[in-house]
Each structure stands twice: as C-alpha cells, then as structure tokens.
Design a protein. Structure first.
Length: 349
C-alpha cells in the first residue's frame, strides 16, 4: 500500500510517499519540503495568515514532485494522510482540504494524523528503529512532553511543560540576544563560541519530584542579564549568554528524561521534534542514558522538523496495527488545532 502524507500544521509544507507492506517496516519512497523561514523572518515569527496562503501555493507542486521522484502516478496512491492537528487552524485546513479532495477524486480513503504522533514515530524511518516500549521526549517550539509509549496509539503522559516549551525558550532567548530567526538554531550556532558556565542561569523544576517542565523563568533570567549588560553586550558576552542559556535548557531536558527512564524502568528513549536536532542535547542525553544502560533513538536530522514523511509513516503504522478506524471516504473532515496526544490512547477512548 502506498500512503501519501501531507503536513501543513505551521510554517513547513511537507509531502511524502511511504510504502506500507502488510507486515514489516514501512519505507520512504520520496519526500519534498518547503520551509517558510525566509518569508517569516522579517516579522520575527510565524504570521498565520501568510503561512496558510503559502501552503496553498506549495502543496500541489510538492505533491507532483514527490510522485515524479518516486516514479508513481496518482492512481497508485492507496491512502491520503494529512495532519489533523495540533497546529495553526488555517494552515491545518489547507492540508486537510487538499488531502480529502484528492482522496475523493481518486476514490481513496483519507486519514487525519496527530502531528505529535508523527514526530514520535519518525525514528522508525531511521536505519536502526527503536522497539516498543520506550520513553519519548517530544521537544519542539510548541511542545515539551515526556510520554511512556507502549505501542502505536498507546501513549501515557508522564510530564509536560507548564508554561513555555523548550523551543520557545530557545526562540525567545535568541530574540532577546538580537539573533536571527528561527531563534533556536541561531542561538545554538552562537553558543558554539561561548562559555556555558559564564552565567549562572536557573534550571526551573530541575529538582522537582515530578516530570514537568518550566522555561518561562529562564527566559526572564536571560532578559534580566541582557538589560544588565546594556551597551556592554558585546559579541563574546552574547555568545557566553547563548551558551549558558542552551546549557540550562539541555540540563533540564536531560535530567527529566533520565528520571523518566528510572521511574518507568525502561531502557529506550526516543527524542523527536525540532529541538531534537540540538547537538548538545544529543551528546548529553546519549552519555546520561549510557550510564543507565539505556539507548537513545533519534529520527534522521532531515526529519526532526515538520515533514510529510512522518505523517505518511504514522498513517502506515496505524494501518498495520489496525488502528486506522477514522479513515473517511465521504469527503468530510475537521481539524483540531488543540489536540492532546494522550487522547489517542485506548484508556482515553
């Protein structure tokens, strides 16, 4: 079975084609991605209306590109999957509308996929995929969560952020430092030239007994330091503050993830989401997990950000597991801008 996946939840338009055998690992046949970073850079963040309009322009040309790269025709598509949520409502509607219309025209079913489930399962496209069960760290611009994953569609929330997500802390701190957009990668690049011990920034909830996160206080601490430095914020001070900020975020993410491993007794971790591409996070988490006799799995770097491959993959794995109960053939659809991942689990049904 061939699954076409469309991702349009925020500021990337992603389309991909995945081959889903009746049993065994799904295989990525082709993918294409358009990032809107350059368009939103002048505004310092995503403008929802502009994002939606750009998705409209990009999604069909990308779909044609993917089919051409895979050597497939529209008639060979068996299922069209799309991101149903969470995300920006207008952006989600573009991908959902195109997917459902295409499926109806082809006489094929359409399936709405949870964006975070796509991220969580994306390491299954890596050369050495994980095995269930595992602890998942979902860490991106809008989400920071720890989940216990028993299998496809079986997710239990262990902890989550009570305010800003880790990606927001990266982006907002970068903006305070006058760095470019998107802020997370810009701050990570600047941090390479700084001293992570230069500024004693707080590690919120680092020693709390739960597995929740909080990064709003860290952002405030960065703002305070920037104001104190004022005109003395030279390039080296900027690099030191960037490195110290990154170190604070990573320390909390690693500590909580290792605590989740200890609490669950599991020995596998999956890291997914854009922040999962951060090299300092990878280095420290790999070292910490090794000390517990555990292993960390990541998606390929190209699949850390939003992409169509993860949506097609999640749909394929749901099909294999008999969990694609919400496939539609009647042309009807909805989107869910706010959609807790735990609602997918059997206990929440």
């Amino acid at each position: 079975m061939k699954v076409l996946g469309i991702e349009s939840s925020c500021d990337e338009t992603g389309v991909a084609l995945v081959q889903a055998p009746a049993a065994g690992a799904p295989r990525l046949l082709a993918q294409a991605l358009h990032s809107q970073v350059a368009m939103h850079a002048d505004y310092g963040g995503v403008v929802p209306e502009l994002a939606s309009r750009d998705h409209i322009r990009r999604v069909l040309p990308l779909a044609r590109e993917v089919l051409a790269d895979a050597g497939c025709t529209l008639a060979e598509i068996d299922l069209v999957a799309y991101t149903r949520g969470p995300g920006l409502a207008g952006a989600l509607l573009v991908g959902a509308g195109v997917a459902v219309a295409l499926a109806a025209a082809l006489g094929r079913p359409a399936l709405g996929v949870h964006h975070l489930e796509g991220h969580l399962l994306s390491p299954f496209l890596a050369p050495e995929p994980p095995r269930f069960p595992f602890v998942a760290l979902l860490v991106s611009g809008g989400h920071t969560q720890l989940m216990r994953v028993q299998g496809v569609g079986d997710y239990a929330l262990l902890g989550e952020t009570i305010d800003d997500a880790a990606g927001e802390a990266f982006d907002k701190s970068a903006k305070l430092l006058g760095l470019g957009y998107p802020g997370g990668p810009a701050l990570a690049r600047m941090a390479e030239f700084g001293d992570p011990r230069a500024w004693p920034l707080p590690r919120p909830l680092l020693h709390s007994k739960d597995l929740d996160f909080s990064f709003a206080g860290l952002k405030t601490a960065v703002l305070t330091q920037v104001r104190k430095l004022g005109p003395n914020l030279c390039e080296q001070s900027r690099a030191d503050l960037a490195a110290s900020t990154q170190a604070a975020i990573v320390d909390v993410l690693v500590a909580k993830t290792l605590r989740a491993l200890s609490a669950t007794g599991l020995r596998r971790v999956v890291v997914a989401g854009g922040v999962g591409a951060n090299l300092r996070l990878r280095e420290q988490l790999d070292a910490g997990a090794a000390g517990l006799g555990a292993r960390v799995h990541y998606p390929p770097l190209a699949l850390c950000t939003d992409n169509g491959a993860m949506i097609a993959l999640a749909a394929a794995l749901r099909l294999q597991g008999g969990l694609a109960g919400e496939m539609r053939r009647d042309g009807a659809f909805d989107v869910r801008p706010r959609w807790p991942l735990a609602e997918l689990s059997p206990a929440a049904a």
